[in-house]
Design a protein around this ligand. Structure first.
Ligand code: SAM
Length: 235
């Protein structure tokens, strides 16, 4: 049976890109670019998974900054969102999959991107573990996400301002429920510090955390530690 989250993304897919850019004042485009530029410095390798990739904007941007990958997958459980990638210039092949249980062997990828997907997974801990499994040792997980607000500006933005205008714009251009869910899912999600701690328990090492637009979003770059060298395992 379709999960409610999957059903919701299927329903909003045709207006997803437009509203993403409109609600963020096109900042989302700049944030994805920064993520991909950072990865270029790491020379991470040639096998890419854009996980929870939706309509493929992250995979498209990655290719612009890092060249054509040898293997590239756009993975998402919403068929509607994957359909939205049609016609975009990218090597990535769309694959309908569940990020919690992927149809790939261990260490298949050099880079996993996750743009605004982590917050939607039913279990962040298990989601991180599954991402670590499909990455090779030393491979990178680049997460771009809205985390639970902690500073005064973000608390005001997400708890007071955002509930006033995001669902209204959502109702006008798409579905109100989905954009109410967006705001609530951000408030309910982990703060970035706790997310990093959870990643470290799942065999990742932190490369850096960078705030985007005063911490409205964060870029969290993680590297998969060699087996047995996780934060927990090392003395
Ligand atoms: C907010 S969208 C982000 C899309 C894209 N990465 C971007 O940067 O705009 C979140 C995506 O995660 C997908 N998603 C949520 N839970 C998932 C899961 N368990 N497995 C696969 N995809 C999932 C949704 O279908 C949706 O396309």
């Amino acid at each position: 049976m379709k999960s409610p989250v999957r059903k919701m993304f299927d329903e909003i897919a045709n207006r997803y890109d437009f509203l993403n850019h409109a609600l963020s004042g096109c900042q989302d485009i700049l944030w994805r670019r920064s993520c991909c530029r950072e990865l270029r410095k790491m020379t991470p390798g040639k096998r890419l998974l854009d996980l929870c990739g939706g309509t493929g904007d992250f995979a498209v941007t990655y290719e612009k900054f890092n060249g054509k990958p040898e293997v590239a997958v756009l993975g998402d459980f919403s068929y509607g969102m994957l359909k939205g990638a049609k016609g975009k210039k990218m090597t990535a092949v769309p694959v309908q999959l569940d990020a919690m249980k992927m149809p790939f062997a261990d260490a298949t990828f050099d880079v996993v991107l996750n743009g605004f997907g982590m917050r939607n997974l039913p279990d962040t801990d298990a989601g991180l573990r599954e991402s670590a499994r499909v990455l090779r040792d030393g491979g990178y997980l680049q997460v771009l996400e809205f985390f639970s607000p902690r500073n005064a500006f973000n608390k005001f933005f997400y708890k007071r301002l955002a509930p006033l205008f995001i669902p209204v714009l959502g109702a006008f251009f798409s579905k109100r429920d989905a954009y109410e869910y967006l705001v609530n899912s951000i408030i309910r999600f982990l703060p970035v510090k706790d997310f990093v701690a959870l990643a470290e328990q799942n065999n990742f090492e932190l490369v850096h955390v960078k705030p985007c637009f005063f911490g409205v979003a964060y870029r969290v770059l993680l590297r998969k530690a060699p087996q047995g060298n996780s934060a927990e395992g090392s003395a």
